[in-house]
Write a protein that binds this ligand. Structure first.
Ligand code: UN1
Length: 512
């Protein structure tokens, strides 16, 4: 196999600097005075790009203070006026679409179309939040007492701590910032140390939007810090909500700490998403959907398809179609237009992929295609997406490996398929491929898929922002983005108003 042709590291460094400059980045992030730095690396060539200053614990505490200060004023700005800031931010994101996609490509290795798609997702959530800024509605309920009114009001909550992951370095923060901002909150954002350039550019655009509309400073304070230094975000009583995306282990560390101080969390943790393919499925459509869901973002979405549960009567046919599709996958430089599979984020990701494959084979799995690392002559990790036929849903299949591995399992009855489907710790996304309405409805029913996202005839990934996004069980239970997810960013006050001259007590209590 010929080594992949990759761009030079110097070229990528220049491209990143130019994109940062155009986004208005003057300094790279919140400068700590400890001299600690974070090294920015590109998975495209595996080389280091820059060292940038990192915040320490005191810097993070100062960021919380600044955001808390800003909250005092921001919560009194009318919600539609807060929406004007998000509207402006969405416009700036649209204008800097290519710059943000460059940074996402360079830092995360996303292919162009998916990097641009991530930026589109930012614009979409801004549109949704602008509309929401006039729809943060409470209910009015009939009071049991004459001359009384019962209603609820939604108020801003405070400082939202946002912890984001490398794989959606801009969009997932945008879900949070767009909603939190119209809801009258301010934010302290701790991005993944593997995606700090993108975070810096996003923050610069947001700050510019704030200045353009005359909003106060420090509505979104970026802290580039290690998990240890950012821990104060988890523990501070001045941060009533922590919205965190990442591994199950990360969620297990932070959730009890936030709970111990009666804070709230929105957790978006691992997924181990499956699709059931029934005998009536349209196999052309299914194959295309499965390939995008399993291989997109090199298998590094939380919504990536990791398990395919196929009826035994069509398993060979589905496997053959997927093998053919996998054999044609263009792997390589994510900036090359025709590439569909970019690099893994780093060597650790490659190690866990290799470890999972060894275990799967030890458990009796057969690798149908893929799994090899492509030579590049660099320390980048380009891997062939892999298809493994498994005799059973073993422990390794039940674990989330953040890499393009698709396990194939077979079933006889739909009950058996649903049982296999749900028999994993995670509960994020799920699909059924069928043209039989009874099967589709069964999958959507209370005794069907136990996930937060349940689809019919589309893959597990690529959700629209209009719906609430999130999952059950070890995925953490949080919901972000559309529908009524905004409520998690606000506090509810129930108001009882007596406009009569009398004082009737509820529950017929006589206290005269
Ligand atoms: C994630 O991988 O953390 O549904 C988020 C999707 C995207 C978001 C993924 N809209 O695949």
């Amino acid at each position: 196999v010929d080594p992949l042709v990759l761009p030079g590291t110097d070229e990528l460094r220049e491209r990143a600097l130019a994109a940062l400059r155009r986004c208005g980045v003057t300094t790279a992030g919140h400068t700590g005075d400890t001299g600690d730095t974070i090294t920015v690396r590109t998975p495209i060539t595996g080389a280091d790009l820059f060292d940038i200053p990192a915040a320490d614990t005191r810097d993070v505490a100062a960021a919380i203070d600044a955001a808390h200060e800003a909250f005092g004023r921001w919560r009194m700005v009318p919600a539609p006026a807060r929406g004007a800031l998000v509207k402006r931010f969405g416009e700036l994101v649209g204008r800097h679409r290519a710059d943000l996609a460059d940074l996402i490509g360079i830092e995360v290795g996303k292919i162009r179309s998916e990097a641009l798609g991530e930026v589109q997702e930012m614009i979409d959530i801004c549109d949704l939040a602008v509309g929401l800024s006039r729809q943060l509605t409470g209910r009015t309920m009939p009071s049991e007492r004459p001359g009384h009114r019962l209603m609820e009001t939604w108020h801003p909550l405070g400082v939202v701590g946002v912890i984001s992951a490398f794989n959606f370095p801009a969009a997932v923060w945008s879900w949070n910032v767009a909603l939190a901002t119209v809801c009258g909150n301010t934010m302290v954002w701790k991005p993944s140390p593997r995606a700090v350039l993108t975070a810096t550019a996003c923050t610069a655009l947001f700050d510019r939007a704030a200045a353009d509309v005359g909003a106060p400073a420090n509505l979104n304070v970026l802290v580039i810090a290690s998990a240890a230094d950012a821990a104060v975000l988890v523990d501070s009583p001045r941060v009533p909500l922590v919205s965190a995306t990442g591994s199950q282990a990360m969620g297990e560390r932070i959730a009890p700490r936030v709970a111990a101080r009666f804070g709230r969390v929105i957790l978006e943790l691992g997924g181990n998403n499956a699709a059931v393919v029934t005998p009536s499925a349209d196999l052309d459509l299914t194959t295309r959907a499965v390939v995008f869901a399993a291989v997109g973002t090199a298998g590094q979405r939380c919504t990536t398809l990791r398990r395919l549960i196929v009826h035994e009567s069509i398993a060979d046919e589905v496997a053959a179609r997927l093998r053919a599709a996998y054999a044609r996958l263009p792997i390589g430089d994510p900036f090359t237009e025709s590439t569909l599979v970019g690099p893994l984020i780093d060597g650790q990701a490659h190690q866990s992929m290799a470890r999972a494959l060894r275990q799967a084979v030890a458990d009796g799995g057969t690798i149908l295609t893929g799994g090899d690392r492509r030579p590049t002559g660099t320390s980048a990790f380009y891997v062939e997406p892999v298809l493994v036929r498994m005799p059973a849903q073993t422990a390794i299949v039940r674990a989330e490996t953040f890499a393009p591995i698709l396990y194939l399992l077979t079933y006889r009855t739909l009950d058996e398929a649903i049982a296999l489907h749900n028999d994993v710790p995670q509960g994020l996304s799920s699909s059924i491929f069928t043209t039989d309405q009874r099967e589709a409805e069964r999958f959507l029913a209370a005794d069907g898929s136990d996930c937060g996202l349940v689809n019919v005839n589309i893959g597990t990934s690529g959700a629209e922002i209009g719906g609430a996004f999130g999952g059950e069980k070890a995925t953490g239970g949080g919901r972000e983005a559309g529908s009524d997810a905004w409520r998690a960013y606000m506090r509810r006050a129930t108001n009882t108003i007596n406009y009569s001259g009398a004082l009737p007590l509820a529950q017929h209590i006589d206290f005269a």
